[in-house]
Design a protein around this ligand. Structure first.
Ligand code: PLP
Length: 435
């Protein structure tokens, strides 16, 4: 199957080229030329399968044999080796807990899948001595990507994060790893970190000297594994004999990668009635849905840091999938909340239902409550474990929030960080010194 650029459908690439490059040369995102619709029997057969089996079946279908079956099987079984439970809360809604992976955020699955896929392609290119992964982060992406590639021979990871904007738990998750992971603290903002990485990709000297790749959610290799969440929610509902005829799914959104994955799953035949996109005060997509105009803005910091994106990267994919603004409004209801509303939702849900939401999941939980109609089944995608923002959560609920051992183990390590200004020269020099 061919993949086209969202900027120009005539510009096409193989799966391999799309995954290795991340972005198309014209700056567009890669999307498959066709989405194969799943046979009806497929959905009913899935309810007897394990998560790994469902994941393998969906990924094979989505990637249409463009990667050898045994390779894909290993990638999927390694990436999906933890639970993704569906929990019912007291008000009758469902929460799909995507945060039981190594860094306890939903990005673990997508980045682990992508890392293994990139590594497979690396082994087919002996001319690349190393694959260098550049990743700007405001917290969650850097830790998930670093852990996904950590210890992989032939791969080096550079995580760039803004000084003072990443909390200690998140920082420990990438800065204590060492080995093939380098943590770089930039004296600047998240947008500065992104610009440095973009500049590196455009620098001819760097690209001649070393093989660079990006691990951001623009990579199609992250879209595919995220589709599986939606199928897995469906399978678990069917198993619990819940009505799935009017399924509504609420997604906390930042770069819109997760939402693009959900829509892809729907267009492949997963019966979802509608999606709810939910942002914090960085409400670029919300404004687009309300007005039809897409206007990126500078990023504003919030108490849900993984939602802080002023220019949602995957917007082009949503348009590519759904075509018009009108059709987008038919498939998606959009919401946006500020910090006070997030705090209020966390407190209310904890008091009334005994369920502790992290700030990212809280926005989606609140929107589902406002949007769901009688007779519909609602699922919230829970994207991070509350202990990832332990200090904030404890201030909100005024009770201790225990640290799971999975996160605590990072805090014992020594932080190793290179500090830099936001100028390109020093960053380029560091990269070249490792080439
Ligand atoms: C990345 C992230 C999101 C947003 O996902 P997108 O695919 O960028 O929209 C939501 N919640 C958490 C915890 C995240 O880390």
């Amino acid at each position: 199957m061919l993949y086209h650029s969202t900027n120009n459908h005539q510009h096409t690439a193989s799966l391999e080229l799309a995954v290795i490059s991340g972005l198309a040369p014209d700056g567009g995102l890669y999307m498959p030329d066709r989405l194969l619709r799943l046979p009806k029997a497929f959905l009913s057969n899935m309810s007897a399968m394990t998560l790994q089996e469902v994941a393998y079946a969906v990924a094979s279908w989505a990637l249409n044999n463009d990667i050898p079956a045994d390779v894909l099987h290993d990638i999927v079984f390694e990436a999906f080796d933890f639970d993704i439970p569906l929990v019912k809360t007291r008000n009758g809604n469902y929460v799909l807990e995507l945060f039981h992976g190594p860094t306890m955020a939903f990005k673990d699955v997508g980045t682990r899948f992508m890392a293994r896929m990139l590594n497979y392609y690396r082994t087919r290119h002996p001319e690349w001595t190393t694959l260098n992964v550049l990743v700007p982060t405001s917290g969650d992406t850097g830790s998930a990507v670093a852990n996904s590639f950590w210890g992989m021979p032939g791969v080096r990871v550079y995580v760039l994060y803004p000084r003072g904007e990443v909390n200690k738990i998140q920082k420990a998750q990438f800065a204590t790893l060492g080995g093939n992971v380098t943590a770089i603290e930039i004296n600047g903002t998240f947008d500065d970190c992104k610009s440095l990485v973009e500049e590196a990709f455009m620098d001819a000297e760097l690209n001649d000297a070393m093989r660079l790749t990006s691990a951001m959610s623009i990579n199609y290799a992250r879209i595919v594994p995220q589709m599986i969440y939606y199928f897995w929610a469906y399978v678990q509902l069917v198993r619990q004999q819940v009505d799935v005829d009017n399924l509504v799914m609420a997604v906390p959104c930042s770069n819109l990668g997760n939402l693009a994955s959900g829509l892809t799953a729907q267009l492949m035949g997963l019966p979802v009635k509608r999606f709810i996109s939910v942002e914090n005060q960085n409400n670029i997509f919300y404004n687009y849905v309300k007005t039809g105009v897409f206007t990126p803005k500078p990023t504003q910091y919030s108490i849900a840091p993984a939602l802080d994106a002023g220019c949602p990267n995957n917007f082009g994919r949503i348009v590519d999938l759904l075509g018009s603004h009108e059709n987008i409004c038919r498939h998606i209801h959009a919401y946006s909340y500020d910090d006070n509303q997030i705090i209020d939702t966390i407190l209310r849900t904890y008091d009334d239902e005994g369920y502790l939401l992290d700030p990212h999941t809280a926005v989606a939980y609140r929107a589902l409550g406002e949007d769901l109609q009688p007779g519909e089944t609602g699922v919230v995608l829970a994207t991070a474990h509350p202990a990832k923002l332990q200090h904030l959560m404890e201030n909100i609920i005024e009770e201790p929030v225990p640290m799971p051992p999975q996160l605590a183990r990072f805090l014992g390590g020594e932080m190793r960080v290179k500090k830099m200004t936001n100028g390109f020269t020093a960053f380029k020099r560091l990269l070249l010194s490792k080439a």
